[in-house]
Design a protein around this ligand. Structure first.
Ligand SMILES: Cc1cc2nc3c(=O)[nH]c(=O)nc-3n(C[C@H](O)[C@H](O)[C@H](O)COP(=O)(O)OP(=O)(O)OC[C@H]3O[C@@H](n4cnc5c(N)ncnc54)[C@H](O)[C@@H]3O)c2cc1C
Length: 398
């Protein structure tokens, strides 16, 4: 049986980037993906690099104050990584960091922006509150309803179809072995190692068994099922999300545009299309009373209309553009909205890196979990994200 230092389960951004950092530090790595590289959320997302606290997080500013400060603090690392990423991976990622605007349309939303700016600047994130006049000077494409916006110069966009394959390719060049079409269907502890059972894949791969000193569960929305193979509960829940893209148009929106009180993210990609999303739901399938996240969520027309309506109110020029495609993707959220990153104390050698805004922070999550696996410590504290904060749900798991 082949033995590795680390078996990484999941060929999304987090798994591929972790394989890259682990292999770069000299570890023998097996990266195991049940389908193809980048087939999960990492290849379906909006590609926003949103370093400002998102709408979904700022709502919890009173109950999660310390956690949100910690969250913003990680942006310094993420921004530095993103600035170097094309050079580091030696490829064009269609990366643009031209700044992002989080807009407000009501006085209450402007106040929320002020509170948000206070948290963010307190952690060293560069943001600036612009009144209506200054916003329109910077972003004349915004509609008349915009009263103010918080500008973060580092925000931007990257093509999600390029990043994860680039990490996978460079991980392989560093010696990581990549097994695709290889669904992990069993994990157990034996003789001080983890044994990983891989079922026969849908196309070419044969069933096999690997051994590894450490396992990294980087299976995204499917990480609870992978944790269950190691007899662990993991409180992460699948969520179906909707994305829309318009036809190409002349340069219109140079920034990432988000809304502090409504679900919206917009940006124009290099080819001229405008991507519109922001957390609008899509229906997850169910089977036998359980979520069936193996199939792409079903498009909900209400989400599509709702998303496009908000987009057209914020940027009126998009109203005349044709919608060319709508798609859905599945991501995972935790009860406290924060990612789960760290070792599970009751299962030494079993690590998790899942949840959170995993595209923006995926490279950072991957680097930090790699440090933890190899050195037992990290250059940025991961304690608030530890799986052990939910340890009580595993106390009867034997
Ligand atoms: C529509 C949408 C828009 C989003 N927009 C943004 C955004 O703009 N910015 C942002 O920061 N985040 C965004 N996100 C979230 C972001 O995409 C995810 O947090 C991130 O991609 C998660 O990466 P991952 O590697 O953890 O998971 P994934 O990319 O989902 O990868 C997990 C992989 O594990 C594999 N796997 C599962 N089970 C097994 C098994 N048993 N054996 C082997 N392999 C297995 C899967 O096939 C999959 O390839 C969005 C998500 C969606 C769905």
């Amino acid at each position: 049986m082949q033995t590795y230092d680390v078996a990484v389960i999941g060929g999304g951004l987090v798994g591929c980037a972790a394989a890259y950092y682990l292999a770069g530090a000299g570890a023998r790595v097996a990266l195991i993906e049940r389908g193809g590289i980048n087939q999960g959320a990492s290849g379906q997302n909006a590609g926003s690099l949103h370093f400002q606290l998102e709408h979904r997080l700022i709502q919890h500013r009173n109950t999660l104050a310390a956690e949100l400060e910690h969250y913003v603090a990680l942006t310094q690392m993420a921004i530095a990584q993103w600035r170097d990423l094309e050079a580091e991976l030696d490829c064009d990622l269609e990366l643009g960091m031209h700044g992002g605007l989080m807009v407000a349309e009501t006085p209450a939303q402007v106040e929320l922006l002020q509170q948000k700016a206070h948290i963010e600047t307190g952690q060293g994130l560069q943001v600036e509150l612009l009144d209506g006049v200054r916003v329109r000077r910077l972003a004349p494409y915004l509609g008349d309803t915009i009263l103010a916006a918080l500008f973060c110069p580092a925000e931007g966009h990257c093509n999600p179809r390029l990043l994860t394959p680039a990490y996978a390719q460079k991980a392989a060049a560093r010696g990581a072995e990549i097994f695709t079409r290889s669904p992990v269907n069993g994990i157990r502890r034996q003789s001080g190692n983890w044994q990983i059972e891989i079922g026969a894949g849908t196309e070419t791969a044969a069933a096999r068994r690997l051994a590894a000193a450490a396992v990294l569960n980087a299976a995204g929305a499917w990480s609870p099922a992978v944790a269950a193979m190691a007899n662990l509960h993991l409180p992460l829940f699948p969520v179906g999300l909707t994305m829309n893209v318009t036809e190409r148009t002349a340069p219109l929106i140079p920034h990432l545009v988000q809304h502090v009180g409504r679900k919206l993210s917009m940006k124009q990609v290099r080819d001229g299309n405008i991507l519109i999303g922001g957390g609008w739901s899509a229906h997850l399938w169910q089977r036998d009373g359980k979520w069936h996240a193996e199939r792409a969520p079903v498009i909900d027309p209400t989400s599509v209309y709702g998303n496009l309506a908000v987009a057209a109110e914020v940027v009126p020029a998009v109203e005349t553009l044709h919608l060319v495609r709508t798609w859905t993707g599945t991501t995972g959220i935790t009860p406290d909205q924060l990612p789960i990153i760290g070792e599970v104390s009751r299962a030494p050698g079993f690590y998790v890196a899942a949840g959170g805004s995993g595209f923006t922070y995926g490279p950072s999550y991957a680097q930090l979990i790699s440090e933890l696996i190899l050195k037992g410590e990290t250059s940025f504290p991961l304690a608030p994200y530890s799986p052990d904060r939910f340890g009580h749900i595993n106390m009867f798991m034997g």
